[in-house]
Design a protein around this ligand. Sequence first.
Ligand SMILES: *Cc1c(COP(=O)(O)O)cnc(C)c1O
Length: 387
Amino acid sequence: MPVEQCVTVGEGQTLLHAAPAVGRYTGLKPDRLYLQYEGMNPSGSFKDNGMSAAFSHARFVGAKKAACASTGNTSASLALYSSVTQIMQAVIFIGSGKISYGKLSQALDYGALTVQIQGDFDDAMARVQEVSRELGIYLVNSVNPFRLEGQKTIMYRVLEALRWQTPDWIVVPGGNLGNSSAFGKAFSELHELGLIDRIPRLAVINAGGARTLYDLVEKQGVCWNDGRPDLDRIEGYFREMDAAGRRASTIASAIEINRPVNLHKCLRALQWCKGVVRQVSDQEILDAKAQVGAGGLGCEPASAASVAGTKVLVEEGIISPDERVVCILTGHELKDPTATVAYHTHDAKYFDEVLRSRGVERAQFANRAVQVKNDLGEIVRVIESRG
Ligand SMILES: *Cc1c(COP(=O)(O)O)cnc(C)c1O
């Protein structure tokens, strides 16, 4: 592709930062935990890394419209590239009531044609593939291989920041499994090229309420098997899921997915990287998120699954406290303020509605606002009593 066809809006200027306080929370030794904060991308999530590549390809092939189904961040990213470049009309499919306001506000504000259909993400995903085929619209979901090529750069940046010393673990939340697939491919290629001498291990973290990968890999023993995964078992799992009417449900809406579209590629990545899969509850996710907020740059709920998952793996002894671990913080703190405020205020209505309904009972790291009379003496007393 000619370089002048490449579309960029400044994605990829992100930071790997050492997070000792969060590291302590996970049980790692000091200075062993790093957070790769992809919330710093222009639309506020890692999706921009892949969108730059997919959008460039769409432009190269002369697409006039580009579409995606989204739990929010893919649509925010596509809408941003469309509005900044004015090359293509963005068409966005979202499920009903499943998208945080931070993300929806972006799609609307950037002027994307936003189609809200009755159903969840998986319904929107099935529909957008059909519509794109029918109308010849360019599809930018992570079924698009260029997306994954772009997302490999997240690992290049991690390695650059660590002066090309491979970390021991990469821990990433798992939704549609685009990132985990891309990371595995990146490391396998870098190793083949001789640019790294070993491949880090990969941990993919599901939300307990959306744990297809966890069930298949850890419970049913499904693996890549050198290119011959047990397809019958996988199909059987989905058949049973549909028959039982089981649908994904988690506060981490970005990973609230039943049928990950990159499942097979992720199985391959897990084989390449000697990977493991774990699930964490919404309670664990929100507690970890509060720790990331208090000890770093903050993140949205799905991102904190990586930190919650690290804690689980350290407790299990799979990750040793001495090992160097990189957690990917996939999305910005401000993407989903509702979950954050519900956790911290513990306001009865908010907490019950947003959190208790999802099995979250406690907010042990809540930082509540202090109610105080509009009176100088009272205010001074409150501030001084807090040291
Ligand atoms: C899309 C997204 C995920 C899931 O990533 P996959 O590559 O689909 O597994 C996780 N966190 C956030 C914030 C996301 O936007």
